[in-house]
Design a protein around this ligand. Sequence first.
Ligand SMILES: C[S@@+](CC[C@H](N)C(=O)[O-])C[C@H]1O[C@@H](n2cnc3c(N)ncnc32)[C@H](O)[C@@H]1O
Length: 262
Amino acid sequence: MTDSPAWSEQDSDTYRRLAPVAVPSRDHQLATIATLLPFEPTDAFEIVEIGTGEGRLSQTIAALFPHARITALDGSESMRTATTERLAEHGHRIRVDSMDLAAEDWHAHLEGVDAVVSSLVIHHLDGRGKKRLFEAAGERTSARSAFVIADLVEPASPQALELFAASWDESTRLQAAAGGQDELFDLFRSTEWNIYRIPNPMDQPSRLADQLQWLKGAGFEVADCFRLEAGHAIYGGYKGGAGDGRIDYASALRTARAALAS
Ligand SMILES: C[S@@+](CC[C@H](N)C(=O)[O-])C[C@H]1O[C@@H](n2cnc3c(N)ncnc32)[C@H](O)[C@@H]1O
């Protein structure tokens, strides 16, 4: 399906160092995804996180929804180890498993679940792979499900490319300076992490408008973009039967900040 260079353990190591500065407003990113889930704090539901990394999003969701059961998937052994340790306190509610994003065997994990979330991973699939993933989720998840994604998206014009490239550099520079970690901005530049400046064949972002159409076509008919900063969009869709349960954003933000601090 997707023929591109593979994410390596060295990429995992670099990402763990860079993420605090290179992910724009990471606390708000985590809180936004959690707030968009169509559940009350007391609801019991099943959720899959695709490409969990160190598990900070799953940690945020586990803390906000104490009856949620979470399957956290990732292709990197060191990331799975970090997630397993991070989520150990939640015991049997958490399952951590390996996944090769471009393969489809792991789609079995989507069977019957009530939500799918993913942050900064799906852009490793090409457009066809993303559409196929949305269709697999639409076919397998429950009638009350939502699919919420944070990811890099393809700029729709040369002007948008300049905006995404420059604003990602600026966001990273400011976050590094705020933490007294200017060396992390140097690392961001030396590793050519800003794919809007220097494209990398491993990264295949798709147009947001296309992805919203694919989500709708897959059954997540209430599809929209909820946030966009420095080329990083938070978007997704709800099936028609998704409920109106909700949590408050201020609690989500406090919980996300605690997850990032731990
Ligand atoms: C940029 S990190 C994002 C991690 C986490 N979701 C976050 O937002 O902090 C990308 C993650 O996707 C995983 N990944 C990348 N390509 C993958 C693939 N082809 N199959 C499985 N996992 C993959 C990496 O191991 C890594 O944990």
